[in-house]
Design a protein. Structure first.
Length: 225
């Protein structure tokens, strides 16, 4: 489990860890500081299941199935995520998974380590990566409190999003209609959106985002050379 410099609800963290299906990585939702309309923050890292960059604005997802599950408060499959708080299956770390910078070989996006962790999971054959909206985190107190009070004048559009302020450790939303709690796992997309870092390595070159074809690489060789 990794936690960034975010405010979070402890019981929601337990619920994230206890996401009730067999996952390889699961992430929270993080929100940009001072965003009245609750802008999703980590769109540099997060890619929906089809490889598309996720959106700042609700419902944040791009794939129709992801949107449907997000609106129901259920986890949805993604290609990559981090989002302030993330939990991993332990097994990949025993097989060599670690933080690393991407290599400028033409095969990888020049993103940061957070993005690379999810992509390396795919390279290793671990494709069950999801965002679980049961946990919402923020980078300042005002925004964090806004995620607790979704029925304000500015955020009435979120009325269908389940509010779990007093969540129990074993809590999970009831299935929405015919939707199962566990999403389908489509595996890596054929191509995905790549937004390389600028010269500082701290910001994305948003105006130069481009499509890249998914190409599995020999990660064991890469990590040991």
């Amino acid at each position: 489990m990794f936690i960034n410099d975010v405010l979070f609800h402890a019981a929601e963290l337990v619920a994230l860890i206890q996401t009730p299906f067999d996952y390889d990585q699961v992430c929270a939702l993080d929100f940009a500081p001072d965003s009245i309309d609750l802008w999703f923050y980590d769109i540099w890292v997060a890619r929906d299941a089809n490889g598309e960059k996720m959106r700042n604005r609700y419902p944040y997802a791009v794939v129709p199935e992801s949107v449907k599950r997000m609106e129901a408060g259920l986890p949805f499959a993604v290609y990559t995520c981090w989002n302030g708080v993330t939990v991993f299956r332990a097994e990949p770390f025993f097989r060599g998974l670690r933080f690393r910078n991407p290599r400028d070989t033409g095969q990888e996006c020049l993103h940061g380590e957070a993005y690379q962790m999810s992509e390396d999971l795919h390279y290793m054959g671990y494709h069950k990566i999801a965002i679980n909206p049961v946990m919402r985190v923020a980078y300042n107190l005002e925004t964090f409190l806004r995620t607790r009070w979704l029925e304000t004048e500015q955020t009435k559009r979120y009325h269908s999003w389940p509010l779990h302020t007093h969540i129990l450790p074993d809590y999970f939303p009831e299935p929405h209609g015919c939707l199962p709690v566990e999403p389908e796992w489509p595996g890596p997309p054929i191509e995905y959106t790549c937004c390389d870092a600028d010269g500082t390595g701290l910001k994305a070159k948003w105006h130069e985002c481009h499509k890249r074809t998914y190409q599995p690489i020999d990660l064991e060789f890469l990590l040991n050379n």
